[in-house]
Design a binder for this molecule. Structure first.
Ligand code: SAH
Length: 225
């Protein structure tokens, strides 16, 4: 067998080939994702580079997968759905993400908005995510190792905020850091199943839309190494 080349690892072969990826895109479309820009970015983002090599053959299934530290890379449908909700109000220049994890959602977002500010509490995960984004030559992301309940106040306000872990309630700091007209997409709930919320900051206050039933890992407290 010939040695895996860089080109193979980027473009993928077999279960990570472009054909396999295209099948995922068709499935996401069938499930209701409709923004062509979002679908195109998911199509060209090599999700298999965001999981361990042993799981790479499953990277284009529409499922969450383990990434260590008891965490998961989000399901592609959910990444697309949340990204569409965030972008539905028009183009965004500053987006804060809470829960970098593998960096996959970060990479998708970074190709659709001007700048991404990504906060993660587990340092080891964030370091790996950083390396992956450098490898993919994605340079419009800055990272903060910290507690997402607090957001990133020094760089606020944000036109969009996306939270990829389930919060027991909407963190006040995130509402405070939302720009006028800004959109917050966040799973909220204490049980295994939560509600996806879209909160829009209007002149008159916050409008809250209750959307899908979803399953996320919990938004925990405080940074850890
Ligand atoms: N979007 C990521 C999903 C990772 S799972 C991906 O697709 O890979 C959720 C992530 O949220 C985990 O990495 C977890 O460590 C992180 N997280 C949980 N609580 C947090 C908090 N309070 N602050 C920042 N990140 C948090």
């Amino acid at each position: 067998m010939s040695k895996r080349t860089w080109d193979d690892s980027w473009h993928g072969t077999g279960m990570t080939s472009q054909r396999t990826r295209d099948r995922l895109i068709q499935r996401l479309y069938d499930e209701g994702l409709s923004d062509p820009n979002v679908l195109e970015v998911i199509r060209r983002t090599p999700r298999h580079l965001f999981v361990d090599e042993a799981l790479a053959h499953r990277a284009y299934e529409d499922t969450a997968l383990p990434i260590g530290h008891n965490q998961t890379i989000s399901q592609p449908y959910m990444v697309g759905r949340m990204t569409e909700l965030l972008l539905a109000g028009g183009p965004l220049d500053k987006v804060m993400e809470i829960g970098t994890g593998s960096g996959y959602q970060t990479a998708v977002l970074a190709q659709l908005v001007e700048r991404v500010f990504s906060v993660e509490r587990i340092q080891a995960l964030q370091e790996k995510a950083k390396d992956r984004l450098v490898e993919l030559n994605i340079r419009n992301v800055v990272f903060r190792w910290g507690d997402g309940w607090e957001g990133w106040p020094a760089l606020a306000p944000y036109n969009g905020i996306i939270v990829t872990a389930a919060a027991t309630n909407v963190p006040q700091a995130l509402l405070d850091q939302l720009a006028p007209g800004g959109r917050l997409v966040i799973p909220v709930g204490a049980g295994e199943v939560q509600q996806l919320l879209l909160i829009v900051r209007e002149d008159s206050g916050f409008t809250r839309h209750i959307l899908d039933a979803v399953r996320f890992v919990p938004l925990l407290n405080g940074p850890v190494v």
